[in-house]
Design a protein around this ligand. Sequence first.
Ligand SMILES: *Cc1c(COP(=O)(O)O)cnc(C)c1O
Length: 383
Amino acid sequence: MRFRTTQIHGGVEPDPTTGAILPPVYQSTTFVQPSVEEYMAKGYSYSRTANPTVRVWERKIALLEGGHDAAAFGTGMSAINAVFMAFLNAGDHCIVSDVAYGGTYRLATKIYTRFGVEFTFADTSDPGAVATAIRSNTRLILTETPANPTLKYTDLAAVSEVARAQGIPHAVDNTFLTPYYQRPLELGADLVIHSTTKYLDGHNATVGGSVVSATPELHEQVAFVQNATGSIMSPFVAWLTLQGVKTLSERMDRQSDNALKIARFLESHPKVTTVRYPGLESFPQHDLAKRQASGFGAMLWFEVEGGREAGIRIMDSVRLWTLAENLGSVESLVTHPVTMTHADVDETERARVGITDGLIRLSVGLEDADDLIEDLAQALERA
Ligand SMILES: *Cc1c(COP(=O)(O)O)cnc(C)c1O
């Protein structure tokens, strides 16, 4: 089955008892066993360990990413946490992209360092820098591409080759492009992480996460943490995500078209000093963006003359755009990473990786692009 078909039908079968076309929300703690001898005969015992609605989602995301299986979590952060927990022990070392979601940086520096895990935040856009950062105790490489919020790309095939040569699992946070545009496992990665909160749900309705594994061995390690720590996706969130994902390709294509139009508008605006959108020829890694993924996504950022103050005036003047954290939904959102999503990243680290005080991040939604542009134009007038 091709992607557009799999996103609708993959992993879903009509309910065996009623024929319901949508998988029911199996809101049940436990599952009755026919006899002690036949324990687990139907595959389910207790909803922390596995739930039929959640399993439909896990099968679907595994199919979409081309993986062996998947484990679903309560949030994207708990998915990242499960990967850390599955592969890192005290005394181990982990390499993480130096530009990454702020929560990933916080989890690493504020929690895992307490348990004796060491981290290097490396410029993973340079595979040589990843090779140089590897130590004898490196047990995991986590990359994010394009990275939140600067959109720096990592060459996944090249980094996967470096990781494979040393026998280190390579996990990729694929939240920004989703499997519709980018499939890390096909490029040699071992694990794919999602915040399903973003494009996979796509409707600002849930928070959730998933980890897709390339092999049964990797999946077993992640699923063990899922059950042992109890950090699971609820049946209702799985059900909503199953509805949202059916239109993933259509939303991504339309939102990306909108993003390109908005990027072109901003590029031609006299008050705008920088615009970064992977689909623009001016994007520093435009060639890698074209080669590695089949689309550019719907995230972009820009800066205006007057820096932080002018940027804040714009964010406070938009009417149709909404000032909020989150991204990837049908509603267009504007975010100031320095005060919002990346406030926990040290100032010097932010400066080093290019998260400037004036950076305005846009998550372009599904509205009419002309309305979105008109609103930005009136806000820019006030900058
Ligand atoms: C939002 C996000 C996360 C965290 O996901 P939550 O669902 O908010 O916990 C992780 N990685 C990326 C790239 C994100 O955008």
